[in-house]
Design a protein around this ligand. Structure first.
Ligand code: ADP
Length: 431
């Protein structure tokens, strides 16, 4: 009795196998035993016969139910379902996923699904938790047609997010002769990052085409004028050819910047590993910009420590960064008459910092976070007049990111701006 009630015995596979079959099994053995006792059967056939019947009953799986009561799916479907297995699979899925029965009631859901639809309750209809008609329709169709369904929908609150929901009918085999249990596995893929990239790409192409079309239109206009009304006007020709030259240069710069951006993006994952001295780079850039600075009557002052500051970098790309920052200061802040280029070490952060400080009009705070976006300008007309492409700061940011560094911008309107490039210092372990 003690053995029959023991937890060990109840948990044992054979005990569960026997299940309610132990009564016919016992009765059969008793009948064979009695027949043998009364001499109606020879010993060997009766032992073999009872053995065969016992084996048949033991391995007949019709009555077996090893699923604990709390794992039964729903009242309507009490058959054995490997529920822990289903839950484990859902738990292992990174995206929100849930299993529904053929009445659209939730029988299992993973944590991301609970985040997506916090009102989900087990054994309650999914329509109570997920009020997305497209998804509910897809589930209904998956149940009715027994075919996978895929829909896209957008959630607007709290922020706009795009999802793709897939409802796939699955048949769970039971451990009995009963037909498999039909379930609908509903999973969700977050398409938001993809959509954002698509939007950015479309915007980028629209912007780039627009930027190219403007000088192109101007070139065509001047060509027509030179072929027509100004055909025999040498003074106009000289003037127009100079403008055409400037427009062609602008187009070339734009194409150059676009190609540089795509090359830098392509190599974004590769950290440059050549040791370069920042002082040399800054000296070269400042020397190269002296003519422009003189034209605009701006003085560029450089302050740098005597000992060289080395970083791991791509020399040409770093030249490009400082050229953009210092040239911008000369172009947009000439009114300040002075630009300070300060190279310093920030040992607490293990970085070198190159700050380009101007004393021009500065930049209003609402523009600061957007300045490094492609084609973003505070004043488009001013930028174009200066021969700008609107890509200089985007390029600088990407190059610094690829070097493991960053670009910071600070400005007080009316009192100038400081653009700082931060770059990790070469450590003892670096080549
Ligand atoms: P652009 O080719 O137009 O110069 P950038 O990406 O280099 O493009 O700069 C973006 C915008 O940031 C510029 O159009 C200008 O409006 C603003 N800007 C950049 N540097 C300065 C500065 N030193 N002072 C004021 N505004 C600046």
């Amino acid at each position: 009795m003690a053995l029959a009630n023991s937890e060990w015995l109840k948990g044992h596979r054979i005990y569960q196998r026997i299940g309610i079959a132990r009564f016919p099994l016992g009765a059969t053995l008793a009948v064979f035993g009695a027949l043998w006792l009364f001499g109606a059967l020879a010993a060997v056939p009766s032992i073999v016969g009872s053995g065969l019947i016992a084996a048949a009953i033991l391995f007949y799986r019709g009555d077996v139910s090893v699923a604990p009561a709390d794992h039964a799916i729903v009242d309507r479907e009490p058959a054995a379902v490997p529920f822990p297995l289903l839950e484990a699979i859902l738990r292992g899925m990174p995206q929100p996923a849930m299993a529904l029965d053929v009445h659209s009631e939730v029988i299992a859901a993973n944590a991301p699904a609970m985040l997506l639809a916090p009102a989900i309750r087990l054994r309650a209809p999914i329509s109570l938790a997920l009020r997305v008609p497209e998804v509910l329709d897809a589930v209904r169709r998956a149940i009715a047609e027994d075919l996978p369904q895929r829909v896209e929908f957008v959630e607007r609150v709290p922020i706009e997010r795009w999802y793709r929901a897939t409802a796939v009918p699955i048949a769970l085999p039971t451990r009995s002769l009963q037909p498999p249990i039909r379930l609908i596995l509903v999973s969700f893929d977050d398409l938001t990052p993809l959509r954002r990239v698509e939007e950015m790409r479309a915007d980028f192409i629209a912007n780039a085409s627009h930027e190219l079309r403007t000088p192109l239109a101007s070139l065509s206009g001047f060509i027509e004028t030179l072929q027509g009304p100004a055909r025999d006007d040498p003074a106009a020709r000289t003037k127009f050819l100079a403008i055409m030259q400037a427009q062609a240069n602008r187009m070339a710069r734009l194409i150059d910047d676009l190609l540089s951006l795509s090359r830098i993006e392509l190599n974004a994952h590769l950290r440059p590993n050549v040791r370069v001295a920042l002082q040399n780079i800054i000296r070269q850039v400042v020397d190269g910009l002296q003519t422009l600075a003189r034209d605009r009557q701006v003085e560029i002052r450089v302050a740098a420590p005597a000992e060289p500051i080395d970083v791991l970098g791509d020399r040409d790309e770093l030249l490009r960064v400082f050229e953009n920052l210092i040239e911008n200061a000369v172009k947009y802040a000439a009114s300040g008459k002075r630009i300070d280029v300060m190279l310093s070490l920030d040992l607490a952060q293990d970085e070198a910092k190159v700050a380009v400080r101007d004393y021009g009009p500065g930049i209003a705070p609402e523009h600061l976070p957007r300045l490094t976006e492609r084609f973003y300008r505070v004043d488009v007309v001013d930028s174009r007049a200066q021969g700008g492409t609107g890509l200089g700061l985007a390029l600088a940011k990407h190059i610094l990111n690829r070097h493991g560094g960053r670009l910071t911008i600070a400005s007080v309107p009316g009192a100038g701006a400081t653009f700082s490039a931060h770059l990790p210092l070469v450590t003892g372990r670096d080549p």
